[in-house]
Design a protein around this ligand. Sequence first.
Ligand code: NAD
Length: 356
Amino acid sequence: MKYNIALVAGDGIGPEITGGCVQVMNKIGEKFGHEFNFIPYLAGGCAIDRTGVPLPQETIDGCLASDSVLLGAVGGPKWDSQPNHLRPEKALLGLRSAMGLFTNLRPARIFPVLMDACTLRPDIVAGGFDMVIVRELTGGIYFGERGRRDGKYGPEAYDTESYSVMEIERIARVAFNTAMARKKRVTCVDKANVLETSRLWREVVTEVAKEYPEAELDFMYVDNAAMQLVRDPGHFDVLLTSNMFGDILSDEASQITGSIGLLPSASLGSSTVGMYEPIHGSAPDIAGTGKANPIATILSGAMMLRYSFGLAAEADAIEAAVEAVLNDGVRTADIAGKNEKFVSTREMTDAIISKL
Ligand code: NAD
């Protein structure tokens, strides 16, 4: 099979880590008889520099016409003073919105061999943890009305959160379908003691749960969820939540796996064309040093094979290769212990390819 993949490398470490993923996927193509055709597009700061805007129309058209999108990361201090509508992050929100990607799947599990890199006490993670965060991606406060105005005490700013029943229903179904292939437990995280949108989430999710009688559903306030993630991460199977809560909790979940450089994500809509990206940013502090961990991006490639192309054996092969390399003790700087030797982005990529 031949697949056209839009390659949006972006800024900072983006080109280094997507480069590693492209190499790994090409190796998979060779081994399993597929052709992955990567077509580069500009987005983020590099697009601002070359075209004046963070998300050129050519990039939107190219992503919509492709079979899937691989994204590195966008942004960096160079573009921090851009006006709001010209910030690199606009490219991400614009692509998610143009492609109708309302679901973000973020698996977070601890590799047994990386227990030492975990920031939690060994007794807390001794039983391991393996959760998927299902985050709503195209609604809520990140897309709501916002602005500046004159308030009672002078100038003020506001952002608004709103969710429709339809938006909650479709993301809730994704969460339950995900749970049905796992431990069948959904925890809906909200702030229903304060927010009206959260109360609507509770009503709608409770209704959707009736379609899945075998699944277990519980609700948790977001402040408690933030606490439980570091107190008892093994509690969670599928964590369902809104755009902003998901953004924050998934970074917390990533940190307890050992490094943000390990976690992939998939953004999906109602078609099979998805966007796959590591959950971290462009890491300008280490860009160009060879210190970036390519694993999150390589595992994002595995998610693309599984969710967009239905190539489960190929995805399994990548995930097994990553685990084998970690079991061999190969470490990038972010997961190496104190005084432990570490390898570069390229060496980690080569080690993974050698296992395929
Ligand atoms: P970040 O995720 O880029 O970096 C946080 C820390 O984690 C840094 O110390 C960095 O060196 C480290 N890190 C991140 N990825 C790593 C990897 N693969 N290997 C090793 N270490 C890694 O977050 P930040 O510093 O808050 O943001 C930097 C820029 O990235 C900002 O401009 C921000 O807006 C942007 N950003 C983009 C995305 C995206 O494109 N999806 C997401 C988050 C942040």
